[in-house]
Ligand binder design. Structure first.
Ligand SMILES: *Cc1c(COP(=O)(O)O)cnc(C)c1O
Length: 416
């Protein structure tokens, strides 16, 4: 494409956008197992309206120009601290996503370890369960930290004793997930908190995917292990509004056990001709719309609204769980705590099953170890369930026949 010499009419542009969208997978019909989240239709509209109401403002200027955005950011952080058992003196930052939230936590933990233990450049490691999100790796790579990814237990949860063995004098952070993305299980956060306290280490809880769902899943009666800011030893916790908070992207939150720790994550720069430059986040300019959209969504749904959504999501999860394990040979890779499902049939070439599902118009979510399938469920997947299970059974039967006859076909690999 060339840069058009004279601009095109708005109508033409709108038509082209519609045409382009036709090449996207059918996410509204539940054909994609991640990236998009379906919740309450009215709450979606309230969040979208608020987003566009503050479309042009800039959250970088929240402190100096947009009192509205400053207030709404503070309100969102306060509401989340209330939800996640925040204690007096704890602090939070509104960020542009889980990756930025985790990045800031790693940065603060490194700064604290440097200040307290004199660690220098090139020193420092993160001790994580192998299931920790790649966002930790991005932080480690950018900040020159070693990663120690420790194999998880057979139930998919962090092996606390093995993690303890990996700690040394240069460890700057322990990590745990609530839940982890690959297997959908919540790590033993209470034990990790105790481990962190006994070694005087920073524990980050990655509740990016579960932070705004797990509390409500517990409220409606499902067993959910303790994972939040009320657990002793938790130094920081990330929770994404733009996942099961059902808020407009990009929106996440990260919390710290003290304002001093939150300050270690932020930036105070004063070495250019324009004077002092300070941000609590890594990014500079960022959408005010997602602050307003998040504020409006939380206010509109309230705890009761999120509980109703949790009820529907978990009922759907239970149906998928039942239907998947009713397909011959299938088992859950781990027993999920929330609505992220990993499953496989150990007798089948699952990469081939995934390829056949793709031929039928599904984007196959996958795990690599073991090779298997993965679903992160939201209400978008309600109408897709019967067709998905039917295709899973059909494709699996076909792969069984192919394997018996020695035939070979294309395969999918797990990649995100
Ligand atoms: C999504 C996710 C992240 C990263 O969040 P982004 O918003 O995609 O940057 C981190 N951890 C877990 C467990 C996640 O599911």
């Amino acid at each position: 494409m060339i840069f058009p010499e004279s601009g095109l009419p708005a109508d033409t542009i709108r038509d082209t956008l519609d045409q382009l969208a036709r090449d996207d997978l059918m996410w509204r019909e539940g054909r994609i197992p991640l990236y998009v989240f379906g919740g309450d239709e009215d709450a979606f509209k309230v969040g979208r309206d608020a987003f566009f109401r503050f479309f042009s403002e800039n959250a970088l200027g929240a402190r100096r120009a947009f009192a509205s955005i400053k207030t709404m950011q503070e309100d969102v952080i306060a509401m989340a601290l209330d939800l996640l058992h925040g204690q007096p003196g704890m602090a939070g930052v509104f960020t542009s996503g889980g990756t930025e939230s985790i990045f800031l936590a790693v940065r603060a933990a490194r700064a604290e370890a440097r200040a307290q233990r004199g660690l220098g450049p090139g020193q420092g490691n993160l001790v994580l369960p192998e299931t920790a999100h790649p966002a930790f790796s991005k932080g480690a790579q950018c900040m020159d930290l070693e990663e120690r990814r420790i194999p998880v237990r057979s139930d998919g949860r962090a092996d606390v004793a093995a993690m303890e063995s990996a700690i040394d004098a240069h460890t700057v952070m322990l990590g745990g997930s609530a839940p982890c993305f690959p297997y959908g299980v919540i790590d033993p956060i209470t034990e990790l908190g105790a481990l962190a306290l006994s070694h005087k280490l920073w524990l980050h809880v990655d509740a990016c995917v579960g932070g705004y769902l797990a509390p409500f899943v517990r409220d409606i009666g499902y067993p959910v292990p303790d994972f939040d800011l009320g657990v002793p030893g938790v130094a920081s916790l990330s929770a994404d509004l733009h996942k099961y908070g059902f808020c407009p992207k990009p929106a996440s939150t990260v919390f710290f056990s003290s304002q001093a720790r939150a300050d270690l994550a932020g930036f105070e720069i004063d070495n250019w001709p324009s004077g002092r430059f300070s941000t609590g986040t890594l990014v500079g300019t960022r959408p005010a719309g997602s602050v307003a959209g998040s504020w409006a969504t939380l206010q509109y749904l309230g705890k009761a609204g999120y509980r109703r959504l949790a009820q529907r999501i978990m009922a759907l999860r239970d149906q998928y769980l039942h239907d998947i394990t009713a397909v011959p040979g299938y088992r859950m890779t781990a027993q999920p705590d929330l609505s992220l499902l990993a499953f496989h049939n150990p007798a089948l070439d699952m990469a081939r099953v995934a390829a056949l599902l793709r031929e039928r118009g599904w984007l196959p979510g996958m795990t690599a170890r073991p090779v298997g399938l993965h679903l992160m469920l939201s209400l978008l997947h309600e109408t897709a369930r019967e067709a998905y299970i039917k295709d899973l059974a059909t494709c699996s039967a076909q792969v069984a026949r192919e394997m018996a006859s020695g035939a070979d076909g294309s395969r999918e690999t797990a990649r995100y």
